[in-house]
Design a protein around this ligand. Sequence first.
Ligand SMILES: Cc1cc2nc3c(=O)[nH]c(=O)nc-3n(C[C@H](O)[C@H](O)[C@H](O)COP(=O)(O)OP(=O)(O)OC[C@H]3O[C@@H](n4cnc5c(N)ncnc54)[C@H](O)[C@@H]3O)c2cc1C
Length: 389
Amino acid sequence: MKRDYTLSEEQEQIRQLARDFAENELRPRAAEWDRKAEFHGEILPLMAELGFFGMLLPEEYDGLGLGMLDYLVALEQIAWGDASVAITMSVHNSLPTQMILKYGNEEQKKKWLPPMARGELLGAFSLSEAGSGSDAASLQAKAERDGDGWVLNGEKMWVTNGGEAELLLVMLRTDSAGERRGARGIGAFIIPTDTPGYEVGKKEDKTGLRSSETVSVAFNDCRVGPEALLGDPDKGFVYALSSLEGGRLGVGAQALGIAEAAFDHTVKYAGERRQFGRAIKDFQGLAFKIADMSTRIEASRGLLYRAARAWDAGRGDMRLSSMTKLYASETAVWVTSQAINIFGGYGFMKEYPVEKLFRDAKVTEIYEGTSEIQRTVITRTLYQEQVKD
Ligand SMILES: Cc1cc2nc3c(=O)[nH]c(=O)nc-3n(C[C@H](O)[C@H](O)[C@H](O)COP(=O)(O)OP(=O)(O)OC[C@H]3O[C@@H](n4cnc5c(N)ncnc54)[C@H](O)[C@@H]3O)c2cc1C
């Protein structure tokens, strides 16, 4: 791995630590986890020891107090090792922990953040439902007042880490009395997953990210106290959207790591595989493809690091997050698809590593907002800015 001159010495060290971990601990296990669709729980204690679950949390809550770029540089390398492990880390670091940090009261922060930072509690985030994905504000699962607490009912879909997490950050409709539909009237709740009435449902059988758990969850008269509510009962959707801005950078880093892994395998293979008496890299058609793969990966990295630096400077920007996620995810799908072509028939075989990378890449175009939704955000914010000017 060559030094990246845009990173500080400390960031280089973080990158190297994560790369060594990915190379030694993830790469040797990833294919088997994928084949068995088995959750990679065995590796999480080691990741916790290395601090990977508290990178963005302040030291006062037992986190490492690092910045967004430091975190993304590590996440990119974890994704290079195994994209399923990367999404476990990404959801935990970007969504539930950040929502509690930003919108929780001091009691909630002191209770939940230190064990989450130490990796003793795994977090999950639940916005989607069967009928509401891109149009997340139309969600129906509800939280109704019950004395000074709440009673929760309804079903949520596609919860990453859901079956394994000890804590769920869930968005529920709180306006059932007033029937004010839409983005207002949604609350965010912190739910320990051992609360009676909380049930984990079906585990999805997925195309890719097969060692990441994706489940449905149901609330059946699940009663929680007032301490479960995060901030304002009407603003959970706003909190979720603002956290997804950082989450999308996490997906960008994940996509970049997948693309890099496919590229590394491709460069090696194209240098070794011979047809018509020469290495296939020497055919101009393939040489051009390799050049394009490399260029798109560097462009993804440029966007990602720029967005992360803007974030660290307090100038995080929803448009830049969307552009990063959009470009990096489409690059990952394109690069992994080209990698299969360059591997020829071997690329289509499970014995070789690139077909898994292709399967893992695809979902980066879908979750935390599809490519169409990212394009919508980019254009909408662009016009909003023009109106302001
Ligand atoms: C593996 C996996 C893990 C996930 N993990 C989580 C999780 O942890 N927590 C969570 O809350 N959710 C999670 N999700 C859900 C994910 O965020 C949604 O799948 C995603 O937001 C898309 O919603 P949908 O699947 O309902 O598609 P739909 O919203 O039904 O979209 C279908 C198609 O219509 C297009 N479309 C929709 N609206 C528009 C529009 N306005 N303009 C143009 N095109 C549009 C979409 O781009 C897409 O092509 C996960 C999903 C997957 C696959």
